[in-house]
Write a protein that binds this ligand. Structure first.
Ligand code: SF4
Length: 289
């Protein structure tokens, strides 16, 4: 029986409100952070670490456009500087990330270092991904629209599906890996619903230290993640309806750019805008207006 065609849509098009694994993770970490990021869309300064992630992902995506024999570390390393130039052209404020040319070169070398680690983990000359940076969307019945971008999808001759996600950081300790595991199970659920086949293997590749996390989802795992998503969506809807996205203080607050708007740090949060809630979540709370 032919497989259903995955729902895809070009990047940059106008999209309906949807829940991605990143934003779901934000809500689990701190509902106020989720609100300020997704609903209020408060700008956050680019960070060297996140931008390095974007750079390395771009190189790895483009690497697979080349004939297999040309997919070498030297080729990938030579793609780093031009890719950075292209990113700067699209987003000139990234130029402020580095104090001087020496700092920029060190950062670019870090990117090459991540690629070096990648080539120790996989041989791209022996792989032919079915998809890279695959945009996937699925409407959960009586629930939210789910959306994600999967770094790479490999399909074996027997039809087995492997999902790959690159991380430019190092492998987290088991107690801190919940978020990335949830992300991969979220993608696996989407792929199963869109292709009618459960991915056999989910792999996270950590390019700073060469660590990996592998998950082999069973049917029960994906039922569980669907249940978690539905519960989360119910909590998000309740928070939106009540107009209360509460701060949840944790060790991760040190990385949060919203401290000036957070009561936990003496800040004042702006009033919630019902129009922004509807635009970003598709939840109508007009009665609060
Ligand atoms: S500082 Fe902490 S509690 Fe406040 S919004 Fe950020 S993550 Fe949430």
């Amino acid at each position: 029986m032919p497989e259903p065609t995955p729902t895809t849509s070009p990047r940059g098009s106008v999209r309906r409100p949807a829940l991605s694994p990143s934003r779901a993770g934000d809500f689990r970490q701190c509902p106020l952070m989720f609100r300020l990021r997704l609903i209020d869309k408060i700008p956050e300064p680019p960070s060297p670490a996140a931008t390095l992630g974007t750079l390395v992902h771009s190189v790895l995506e483009d690497l697979y456009d080349l004939p297999a024999a040309e997919r070498t570390l030297d080729t990938a390393a030579a793609m780093v500087a031009p890719q950075w130039t292209a990113m700067l052209a699209k987003q000139p404020d990234l130029a402020g990330l580095h104090d001087d040319d020496a700092a920029l070169q060190t950062w670019l070398n870090d990117g090459i270092g991540r690629l070096d680690t990648y080539f120790r983990m996989e041989n791209p000359q022996r792989l032919e991904p079915q998809a890279r940076e695959e945009f996937v969307e699925f409407q959960l019945e009586d629930g939210p629209l789910l959306r994600g971008i999967i770094d790479r999808v490999d399909v074996a001759p027997d039809g087995s599906i492997r999902l790959i996600d690159y991380k430019t950081g190092k492998k987290p300790l088991p107690q801190y890996s919940t978020k990335v595991q949830f992300q991969m199970r979220f993608y696996a659920l989407l792929v199963e619903r869109l292709r009618g086949r459960r991915p056999a293997l989910l792999q996270l590749l950590f390019l700073r230290d060469g660590g990996t996390i592998e998950l082999r989802p069973e049917a029960g795992d994906l039922e569980k993640v669907e249940f978690e998503i539905r519960e989360l969506w119910s909590d998000i809807t309740a928070a939106a309806t009540a107009g209360q996205f509460r701060p949840r203080k944790s060790k991760l607050c040190g990385w949060c750019h919203f401290q000036a708007l957070c009561p936990e740090f003496g800040g004042v949060t702006p009033p919630l805008d019902p129009v922004a809630v509807e635009r970003s979540l598709g939840i109508s709370i007009a009665s609060l207006a």
